[in-house]
Design a protein around this ligand. Structure first.
Ligand SMILES: Nc1ncnc2c1ncn2[C@@H]1O[C@H](COP(=O)(O)OP(=O)(O)O)[C@@H](O)[C@H]1O
Ligand SMILES: [Mg+2]
Length: 233
């Protein structure tokens, strides 16, 4: 699904060079659920931007669902993002004045999905994240956890190849964060590929695999399954 090979990212600002990622390589297969962990400044957001085709690496190659993401125009990158990636952000990024239903329909409107189809799809997705009875609410009428669930439904609306979440529980109370992680676990069980960035071990443990980065390098890549099994017994 994802193949990142020797990815480096160097930011150049005036005469100062910052190496944000240094020769990072990894693969993510279909239906994996991966947490990317690391301290502040370790390169997590930089990696997320590259994986999300929001930015290009300085060197290295990135293949997303069979397509090479490199040497592409802004329009081509936007097209790849729309077709292949469902983004979930820390700050939800919902439009405040329109309903949950309209927020979920928005990406489908941009893609000119017929009205009846997008209405049906949006209702189904909101039901799936437990908001079937809140579809007419606007952001201010929803809790943080509920807003993030709307954002997840929106992220799924275009049937993306991967869900990419950057600190999805960063602005959410603990109990609601747990609900968001249950939704991610359920989606993953249904076959969705999820990559989630977090600095919280309690959140990362919901993933099946954890990649830890530090100073722009992968320092650990571990399977979480064994740990979970021990906890259950
Ligand atoms: N646009 C930018 N210009 C210059 N330096 C940047 C830019 N974005 C990030 N950096 C630097 O790259 C490093 C990694 O940053 P980032 O990917 O945001 O880390 P994290 O998300 O793990 O906190 C940091 O040293 C940061 O200061
Ligand atoms: Mg960051």
């Amino acid at each position: 699904m994802i193949k990142a090979s020797h990815i480096s990212k160097i930011y150049q600002k005036d005469s100062v060079e910052t190496v944000a990622l240094s020769d990072v390589s990894f693969e993510v297969k279909k239906a994996e659920f991966v947490a990317i962990m690391g301290p502040s400044g370790s390169g997590k957001s930089t990696l997320m931007h590259i994986l999300g085709a929001l930015d290009l690496p300085t060197s290295g190659t990135y293949i997303l669902d069979g397509e090479k993401v490199g040497n592409l125009s802004d329009d081509e990158l936007a097209d790849i993002r729309n077709r292949k990636i469902g983004f979930i952000f820390q700050a939800f990024n919902l439009l405040p004045r329109i309903s949950a239903l309209e927020n979920v329909m928005l990406p489908m409107s941009y893609a000119q999905v017929p009205k009846g189809e997008r209405l049906e799809k949006a209702k189904k997705l909101l039901g799936q994240v437990g908001l079937g009875d809140r579809i007419s609410h606007t952001s201010s009428q929803l809790s943080g956890g509920q807003q993030q669930r709307v954002a997840i439904a929106r992220g799924l609306s275009m049937n993306p190849s991967i869900l990419l979440a950057d600190e999805p529980t960063g602005n959410i109370a603990t109990a609601q964060a747990e609900e968001i992680m249950q939704i991610f676990e359920n989606l993953n069980r249904e076959g969705h590929t999820i990559i989630m960035i977090t600095h919280e071990p309690e959140i990362a443990r919901h993933a099946k695999r954890t990649i830890t980065i530090r100073d722009g390098n992968i320092v650990e890549d571990s399977n979480n399954q064994k740990q979970k099994r021990i906890k259950k017994n």
